[in-house]
Design a protein around this ligand. Structure first.
Ligand code: ADP
Ligand code: ZN
Length: 627
């Protein structure tokens, strides 16, 4: 058996994705590897495939209990012997699992890092051949990452205690250079094959919207996406509760998740979501780590998150199956204030020095700034994200709101010059509110108190409204023509680029969105969009959609029988492909993406039967377009 056989037999796929092969080949050649790939890129297959080809056992270290269970279920479904060992099992279950493991029952074993130093586990590890040690969510080992877990340091000690050092493979979706270096260094990877795949998720559509009534927006959105699964993230528990009540009041099948609920309720709600009994989840950012649900079709952020790292991770939970999905952020200026409040009140680690606390605060402020610019830029949103994560060549994508929306462009160089002069005149001592208020000639007590009425710039842009001036200042900030300090005063400063404008070397063009036509544009764009055309109604005709529903019901029935999430039985994508190919026998069924031998043996016949019933055994075309 080679890697291609494994891919087809166990996972039902016929080709590797970008990057997977490089890592698999590295491992099989005995090299350490580090794979940095975005969520949904297919990291699991990178270690599961070689694990099945290596002689001994593969240990997978993962911090997330729910994810372990999911992965092990999925592997067992695929016909791979796998088990997990973590605190959700009783002591006697653990010793039983270890006994079976020592007897060679399992090829892949998922372990929580805390387990590594227990006597039982070390004892077991001494008896068997461990071919590979895989570290999932490897960024947890970095003290600079956002999710540092001290227990991850135990991995290093564990490796040292093994008789023979196994191949080490590490995976993460966190991309910054410091974290990458930390992983290599702390884990002690030896001349590793490091692969960073593109961070672009082409199937995701990005948008920032600024609706006056966010609730209404969400309710309408869900109405337009009925029967699809989605997540709505809110900044606070209170917001979650309020929105959840509202949605339920509108008859939406919603559930909720935040740290204020009991463990039992959280578990139940999570399950309702995963099993699609309640396909809409309203949650704080406590929800999602380790959620592997592949058919999430949209992620809406009701509030702006605290950083672009958080945003991309949370939004990235949409469309893991590679099908089209949407990431919408609902922005209001209020969100910036909420976030500043949250970060100011963050628990500070006791052992930090005042300097360190200040450094952390500044870093948070910088992240918040990046996030705010994302919400206010008029340029391509995807390009903004990719650029932030270090992909330099990013340009307009054609699949985000800013790319498909039309703009009116106005030359505002003169206004920009007044703004810069004003900042200079007050000797760079004030923030955006004061500057904009001053230029608009606002009669605020605060401005009088500061004695700003007597300056030349006061009221110089008078017929303009303060909000308009702020928008222009914002664009100048994003373009680096102005700068705002990271301390709590957020003072506006001028930069080298400001001079270019004053000297007449550079003009400032302000882009304002035309609001109307864009929905149609989006629809046109969707049709024309290259690649990911996997919304099932785009592919399947009405007969095909009916068949899809029938197969979906069958899947739900089986899921209930086996007490297993539906997507672990077969992904939506697999069901769509079944409708397209409409297989009538085993050979044809095995060509469907996601149908491997083991799954065929389990469920193939029942699905074939369902398709035969529907078609009466007659060939029929269930999709649009050519072969
Ligand atoms: P990650 O861990 O990187 O977030 P997963 O390993 O969960 O991603 O994979 C995401 C999805 O992509 C899964 O549904 C998986 O089955 C699918 N997938 C992975 N590799 C392939 C492939 N070569 N061909 C088709 N689908 C794949
Ligand atoms: Zn774009």
């Amino acid at each position: 058996m080679d890697k291609y056989d494994v891919l087809k037999k166990y996972f039902g796929y016929s080709e590797f994705r970008e990057g997977q092969e490089i890592l698999i080949d590295g491992i099989l050649a005995g090299r350490d590897v580090l794979g940095i790939m975005p969520t949904g890129a297919g990291k699991s297959i990178c270690y599961q495939t070689p694990a099945l080809l290596l002689p001994g056992i593969t240990l997978v270290i993962s911090p997330l209990i729910s994810l372990m269970k999911d992965q092990v279920q999925a592997l067992n479904q695929a016909g791979v012997h796998a088990a997990y060992i973590n605190s959700s099992l009783s002591e006697s279950q653990i010793s039983k699992a270890l006994r079976l493991a020592a007897a060679g029952q399992y090829k892949i074993i998922y372990v929580a890092p805390e387990r590594l130093e227990t006597c039982d586990f070390l004892n077991f590890a001494g008896q068997v051949e461990i071919s590979m040690l895989t570290v999932d969510e490897a960024h947890c080992i970095s003290q600079w990452g956002q999710d540092f877990r001290p227990s991850y340091l135990k991995i290093v000690q564990f490796i040292r205690q093994l008789r023979k050092r196994p191949v080490i493979s590490a995976f993460t979706a966190t991309a910054t250079e410091t974290v990458k270096e930390d992983i290599i260094c702390v884990l002690g990877l030896q001349a590793p094959e490091v692969l960073v795949t593109g961070f672009d998720r082409k199937n995701l559509y990005f948008a920032v919207e600024t609706p006056k009534k966010k609730d209404r927006y969400v309710i309408n959105y869900i109405g337009e996406h009925a029967s699809e699964s989605g997540i709505i993230y809110c900044a606070t528990r209170k917001n979650v509760d309020i929105l959840y009540e509202k949605l339920c009041g509108e008859g939406v099948l919603a559930t909720r998740y935040h740290a204020g609920l009991s463990g039992e309720e959280r578990r139940q709600n999570q399950e309702d979501f995963i099993y699609d009994t309640r396909p809409v989840m309203v949650a704080t950012n406590a929800f999602g780590m380790g959620i592997d649900k592949s058919n999430v079709r949209y992620v809406i952020h009701y509030n702006m998150p605290q950083s672009l790292e958080n945003y991309y991770q949370e939004a990235g939970r949409a469309g893991r199956d590679g099908g089209k999905a949407e990431c919408v952020l609902l922005y209001s200026a209020q969100d910036v204030i909420i976030n500043r409040f949250l970060s100011d009140n963050k628990e500070q680690k006791a052992e930090y020095t005042p300097e360190e606390i200040e450094a952390v605060r500044e870093r948070d402020e910088e992240r918040l700034k990046t996030m705010t610019y994302y919400c206010t830029t008029s340029n391509c949103l995807r390009a903004y994200i990719l650029h932030y994560f270090g992909e330099k060549e990013a340009v307009s994508c054609g699949n985000c709101l800013n790319c498909i929306r039309e703009y009116e462009e106005t030359d505002v160089t003169e206004t920009a010059c007044h703004i810069i002069s004003c900042i200079r005149e007050v000797r760079q001592r004030y923030g955006i509110n004061v500057i904009a208020g001053m230029l608009a000639g606002d009669d605020r007590a605060k401005l009088r108190e500061y004695g700003l009425f007597s300056y030349q710039s006061y009221g110089i842009l008078k017929p303009m409204r303060e909000t308009e001036i702020k928008q222009i200042i914002n664009q100048m900030l994003i373009d680096g023509q102005l700068f705002v300090t990271n301390d709590k005063y957020a003072i506006l400063k001028i930069t080298e680029k400001s001079d270019e404008i004053i000297n007449g070397d550079k003009r400032v063009i302000f882009r304002r969105a035309k609001m109307d036509e864009r929905e149609e544009k989006k629809k046109a764009g969707e049709k024309a969009a290259s690649g990911a055309k996997t919304r099932r109604s785009d592919i399947l005709n009405s007969r095909g959609l009916e068949l899809f529903e029938q197969l979906r019901e069958l899947r739900t029935t089986i899921a209930k029988e086996e007490n297993m999430p539906p997507y672990i039985i077969f992904a939506d994508k697999t069901l769509v492909d079944m409708c397209v190919r409409a297989p009538l026998d085993k050979k044809e069924m095995l060509k469907v993406t996601g149908v491997g031998e083991s799954k065929y043996n389990r469920y193939g016949e029942r699905f074939l039967q369902s398709i035969r019933e529907y078609t009466g055994g007659v060939r029929e075309k269930f999709y649009f377009g050519e072969e």
